[in-house]
Design a protein around this ligand. Structure first.
Ligand code: ADP
Length: 421
């Protein structure tokens, strides 16, 4: 019995029992935004969700939805100076719904941390040593880890007594064999600078690969799944029996698929060429490849809805961007088919994967020889539940499996600290 339940021997039966501690607050701190969700792991329900964006600007916005209490989304605008002010504003909104951070039911805060390097293979309770290690990884995640750290430190200051758990985007990929994780470059140089393929979106790949096994009615250990996380950022992974054996993002999220604004795979010599011939600096090229490439670089739009609309109007540039996107995706499906040897399911997830039926159809078109096909009617169905879109009796299941990174972070956090509470 958990210590939060007084035993019958010590508690008079007419005294109300304290509620069990089952709530987890999930924080995703970006450089200028904080997204949050409060979840109850007792029944898996979502109690509240919100975000604070444009932190540090005069036009910051807080949007809070009290999911359990009912009632609509509340918005506040006005300057939010920093992450401390953002989390305090969040705490006020939660308190207004009776869900304040001082509630005894809150068992832990789970933080999304983008880069955990090789070291963090599991969710980890944050202490000074863990903070220092996340800081040490800033050179390989300069955009993300500093913001994640700020979020953790701010939350620690608000509730120093509460376990803070770091859940790493890279952790799921630490099972990749060396053959997949290493680049074929000089080993000494690679090791000196910690250059290897880490992979990202791991929380999503973990959640979706497990949810896909559930959809098939099988244990995760039994199934091989190719997960295609297609959001604005996009990555593919090959998951054998619940363990990641390859993924498309690398040292940074730039490698792999064509994304909303990132190029994905490219001959690295393009960079030397742009430096030597184009006179561009490393920073210029970084911006070009991360922010001005991918779909936006190819056709000016990174929203798949807009690209499909333009294609329907006969726009050639949008069509070419779509074709390049699909060509790369298909190459990864084929590559991961070969890596896994046997594939039980291909799962589409995230904004594009969950919503863009034409992307799913085009990605598997012509792959009947691999046992892959999409049923037109099933593919057209919309909805928030995991569903099969392959024809009845297909050799390989093709599925749409909505991702839920917050639920996965809360689950991992609760699994680590909740049971002891
Ligand atoms: P991220 O978390 O990487 O910002 P999401 O997973 O939320 O991204 O995906 C955002 C993308 O999903 C949008 O840029 C858009 O291209 C795509 N998207 C969202 N809704 C639809 C839709 N109904 N049809 C096609 N694409 C969509």
């Amino acid at each position: 019995m958990s210590p939060s339940h007084p035993s019958p021997a010590t508690a008079p039966s007419d005294e109300p029992r304290p509620a069990p501690s089952t709530r987890v607050l999930v924080l995703n701190s970006g450089s200028s935004s904080v997204k949050y969700q409060l979840l109850d792991m007792g029944d898996g329900s979502r109690l509240a969700a919100g975000l604070v964006e444009r932190i540090g600007e005069r036009t910051s916005l807080l949007r809070h939805t009290p999911l359990a209490a009912g009632g609509g989304t509340r918005e506040r605008t006005g300057p939010v100076a920093d992450h401390d002010a953002a989390l305090k504003a969040m705490a006020e909104e939660l308190a207004a719904d009776g869900l304040g951070l001082d509630s005894p039911e809150l068992v832990a805060i789970g933080h999304r941390v983008v880069h955990g390097g090789k070291r963090f293979t599991e969710p980890t309770v944050v202490d000074d040593r863990v903070l220092a290690e996340i800081e040490r990884l800033i050179p390989v995640a300069p955009l993300h880890n500093p913001a994640n750290l700020t979020g953790i430190r701010t939350a620690m200051a608000l509730r120093p007594d509460l376990p803070q758990v770091a859940v790493f985007d890279t952790a799921f990929h630490t099972t990749m064999p060396e053959a997949a994780a290493r680049y074929a470059i000089d080993v000494k140089t690679a090791d000196e600078h910690r250059i290897r393929r880490y992979g990202f979106h791991g929380t999503s790949h973990a959640y979706v690969s497990r949810a896909t096994a559930r959809l098939l009615g099988r244990a995760p250990e039994e199934v091989n799944v190719i997960v295609l996380h297609l959001g604005n950022g996009a990555s593919a992974s090959a998951v054998r029996g619940g363990r990641c054996v390859d993924t498309s993002m690398g040292l940074t999220p730039l490698e792999g698929l064509v994304m909303g604004t990132r190029s994905g795979d490219m001959d690295p010599a393009v960079i030397f060429h742009l430096m030597r011939v184009g006179g561009m600096s490393a920073d210029d090229i970084d911006t070009l490849l991360n922010k001005k490439s991918g779909l936006v670089g190819l056709c000016g739009d990174n929203d798949m809805r807009e690209i499909r609309r333009r294609i329907d109007e006969g726009d050639e540039q949008a069509k070419l961007a779509f074709d390049i996107y699909i060509h790369r995706l298909k190459k990864y499906i084929g590559a991961y088919y070969a890596v896994l040897g046997r594939v039980d399911a291909v799962a589409f997830t995230a904004g594009v994967g969950e919503n863009a039926a034409p992307v799913r159809e085009a990605a598997v078109a012509g792959l009947e020889g691999l046992g892959l096909a999409v049923d037109g009617e099933r593919n057209a169905v919309r909805g928030g539940e995991p569903r099969l879109i392959s024809p009845e009796g297909a050799r390989v299941a093709v599925a749409v499996v909505p991702t839920d990174e917050e639920m996965e972070i809360a689950r991992q956090t609760y699994a680590l600290v909740g049971k002891n509470n």
